[in-house]
Design a protein around this ligand. Structure first.
Ligand code: ACO
Length: 331
C-alpha cells in the first residue's frame, strides 16, 4: 500500500522583523521577561496588505521547487490555519487561485496549532486510499493583525508571529519511506482556555463597538493552564506513536515539536530523554506561528541538511481546542 512521503518542503516568513525591544516600546514588557518565559527573541509580522494566501503561495512554490514539481502536478490542497484571510471561503481556495490552479479540491483544516499534523493525517489517508497521489499541505498564519499590542494584551502579543510552511506529499511505495502513523486527539472541554471569542456567528450582530472597546475581539488565553496540558499531552502522544510502531525515543532521529514556548519544548525533550541536537527549535526567531510552526521548522531542518533518507522523524503538536497529535515518519 502507498503512503504519504515528503517530496519537498518550503517556507516563507515576512521580511519585517519585530524584536522584543520593539514590543517593549508598545507595551509594558521587556526582552528579559519574554526570553526567560518563552525563549522568543524576535518574530516576523506581515506588511500591510499581505495575505495568508500570498505567504502560503510563496512557501508552496519553494516546496514545489524542492520537489522538482510544478503546481500542475498537484491533485489536492490542504491548508491549515486559525487565521483565515476571510470568514469564508477558506484560504485554501485563495491559495489554489494564487497557484494558477482550478478544479482540484482545496480543504481548510481548523485545528489551530495542531492543524499541520491533522492535515498530514488527512493527506496520508487520501494517499493510502488511492484517492490522490500528490497533495500540497500548508500551514499559514497571520497573527499580528489580531493581537492587542497594548499592555492589556501583552500575555498573548509577545508570543505570536506570522509565517507559512508547506510540504508536497507524494505516494511512496518504498517500505522504509513515508508516514508510519498519525495519532490525533481533541478535548473540547477546554475550548475557552485559549480562544478567539469574537466576532462570533452565535451573536447578532457578530461584533459591536462595546465588544471592541472591551477588547473581547482579541484572542485570550489562560497561559498556565495551556502550559500544564501541553507538557503532558505532547510527550504522551509521542509515546503513543512510538508504542504503536514498536519503537522507543532512542529511535527518533529528529523531533519537530510545535513551537509554542521553549520551556514547553524543553520539558517535552527531557521527558522523552532526547539530546538537544535531536530536537528542532526556531522559536527564538519566529515566535509561535501556530499551524505554520511545524512545516517551517521541518523545512529549515531539511534545507540545513539535518535529515537523511531513512531517518525517523516525529512531529508533535498541541494547541487551542484543546487539540493535539503526533506523526511518525521515515524520511
Ligand atoms: N511582559 C511582562 N509581564 C507579563 C507579560 C509580558 N509580556 N505577560 C504577562 N505578564 C505578567 C502577568 O501580568 C503577571 O503579572 P502579575 O504577577 O503582576 O499578575 C506575571 O507576568 C506572571 O504571569 P503568568 O501568566 O503567571 O506568567 P507565566 O509564568 O505563566 O508565563 C506564559 C506566561 C509565557 C504565557 C506561559 O504561561 C506560557 O507559556 N503558557 C503556555 C501558553 C502558550 O504557549 N500558548 C501559546 C498558544 S498555545 C500553543 O501554541 C500550545
Amino acid at each position: 500500500m502507498s503512503r504519504a512521503a515528503f517530496a519537498g518542503t518550503g517556507f516563507y516568513v515576512p521580511d519585517r522583523v519585530v524584536t522584543n525591544g520593539d514590543l517593549a516600546r508598545l507595551m509594558d514588557t521587556s526582552d528579559d521577561w519574554i526570553v526567560e518565559r518563552t525563549g522568543i527573541r524576535e518574530r516576523r509580522w506581515v506588511p500591510e496588505g499581505m495575505s495568508g494566501a500570498e505567504m502560503a503561495r510563496r512557501a508552496s512554490e519553494m516546496a514545489l521547487r524542492s520537489a522538482g514539481m510544478s503546481a500542475g502536478d498537484l491533485d489536492a490542497i490542504i491548508l491549515a490555519t486559525l487565521s483565515p484571510d476571510h470568514f469564508f471561503p477558506g484560504t485554501g481556495v485563495f491559495l489554489q487561485r494564487e497557484l494558477g490552479l482550478e478544479g482540484i479540491p482545496a480543504l481548510d483544516v481548523r485545528a489551530q496549532c495542531s492543524g499541520f499534523v491533522y492535515g498530514l493525517s488527512v493527506a496520508d489517508a487520501w494517499i493510502r486510499a488511492g484517492q490522490y497521489r500528490t497533495v500540497l499541505l500548508v500551514g499559514v498564519e497571520i497573527q499580528s493583525t489580531g493581537l492587542d499590542v497594548s499592555t492589556r494584551g501583552r500575555d498573548m502579543a509577545v508570543l505570536f508571529g506570522d509565517g507559512a510552511g508547506a510540504a508536497v506529499l507524494t505516494a511512496s511505495d518504498e517500505a522504509y519511506r513515508g508516514v508510519l502513523s498519525t495519532h490525533l486527539h481533541a478535548d473540547g472541554r477546554f475550548a475557552e482556555v485559549l480562544w478567539g471569542e469574537f466576532s462570533s456567528s452565535k451573536h447578532h450582530p457578530r461584533i459591536t463597538p462595546e465588544i471592541m472597546t472591551a477588547g473581547r475581539h482579541y484572542p485570550s488565553m489562560e497561559g498556565r493552564e495551556v502550559f500544564k496540558h501541553a507538557v503532558s499531552r505532547m510527550p504522551e502522544v509521542v509515546e503513543e506513536a512510538l508504542h504503536a510502531n514498536g519503537l522507543t525515543p532512542d529511535d527518533i532521529s529528529l523531533l519537530i515539536p510545535h513551537q509554542a514556548n521553549l520551556r514547553i519544548t524543553e520539558m517535552v525533550r527531557r521527558r522523552l530523554g532526547l539530546p538537544e541536537d535531536r530536537v528542532v527549535n526556531n522559536i527564538d526567531r519566529y515566535g509561535n506561528t501556530t499551524a505554520a510552526t511545524i512545516p517551517i521548522a521541518l523545512s529549515e531542518a531539511v534545507h540545513e541538511g539535518r535529515l537523511h533518507r531513512g531517518d525517523l522523524v516525529c512531529m508533535v503538536a498541541f494547541g487551542s481546542g484543546f487539540t493535539w497529535g503526533s506523526a511518525l515518519l521515515r524520511w
